[in-house]
Write a protein that binds this ligand. Sequence first.
Ligand code: URP
Ligand code: ZN
Length: 456
Amino acid sequence: MDLVIRNGTIVTASDVFKADVGISGEKITAIGHGLTGEREIDAEGKLVFPGMIDPHVHMALPFGGTVSADDFKDGTVAAACGGVTTIIDFAIQAKGKSLAETVEARRAEADPDVCIDYGLHPAITDFTPEVLAEVPEMIAAGMPTFKLFMTYEGWAVDDGTLFATLEAAGANGGMVGVHAENYKLLMYLIERLVAEGKTAPRYHAESRPDFCEAEAVARAILWAEQTNSPLYFFHLSSRAGLEYIIASRDRGFPIYAETCTQYLLLTDERYDEPDFGGAKYVMSPPLRKEADQKALWRGLATGDIQVVGSDHCPFTMEQKRLGEEVFTKIPNGAPGVETTLPLLYSEGVGKGRISLNRLVEVFSTNPAKLFGLYPEKGTIAVGTDADLVIFDPDREVTISVENLHMKADYTPYEGMKVKGYPVITISRGEVICEHGQFKGEAGRGRFIARKRITRI
Ligand code: URP
Ligand code: ZN
């Protein structure tokens, strides 16, 4: 064998057991005891996870007159250092372009730079009969999941588009994922706040209240139930939205939700940080209240929320200052791809909110299943891709922008102490990150043609 990870504690979504993992080429070829190989890594006292899968990142995203700060190279180096071995980004349709052209252009950006494996969700913004006809073609070409924005100027889709795409994706083994916020309502609230002179970052949150998300969640669920199609909610932030999801799941519908560490760990008090500091947290949906956090943690533990993603969309403070005069001009998003695993471990497993197995399930196995990557990715078994994270459960780290690889010049978690940190990341048998040092090469990552989704 080329590489053996010895004496580690293997954690999958269902098991925790001590064994060696043997790797030949890009695959796991043995799990057992006393394995030997050309290179051996001693993982005594460490956890061995399947590589984490972040299904929601935005590298080099043009937004609000600027572009998110991590390109595919910077962002995937950071991902690797945070224990993530697969990302799914978006190919957002420009007006008048086909989905095929959109994907081709996005792949031309990503392929030369990407350091870990990746997939793309086509995002429909300009719906026509021709675009609808492309939905089954995209699924057959390895992109079974589509993003529809229910908000944002130029990207928001109408209910007809959502209904038709749900039907087409659901009938062909695919799935629609939505950014759920009521666009018209939030635009009305924005106009009202700005007219009242309420232009500081704090008013970003006030312009997008929880009921704005909940209404969009309820509406999308109604169309999904009518079309009998699976539906995924990206970055769910509110208890009010979660309640609609739970009710539909209780009726037996395949409705899925992702939340993000920012909604689990931060609250809207952050918008009051001095010196324009609140801009760091301007993201959509916005940060919420403690009651929402509690509901999200509970949903994660009970299974009503199936996935954690980062919604990694970093901007520097200079970029955020585009909105110094009015919050509507602050580019939306925050860095997170590198910090999700340590935060989820420390705040989730470490504080007894979720089990070790559940951590692997929500950040690796479930995204693999829901997004057509399983079983090659998302678990540790003979025959699967050797995407692995060696994780030191005792390593104490103070999260700081100084020791992260993401290109934003801040982290929302500055100064937060975590116990447990990834120490080695392996992608298809190659050690690509060791103790915070990236060892791989740009362009080594592959575009993964994903299969049809597995309903969970
Ligand atoms: O504020 C956010 N979330 N920015 C990224 C784009 C999106 O909505 O996912
Ligand atoms: Zn979104």
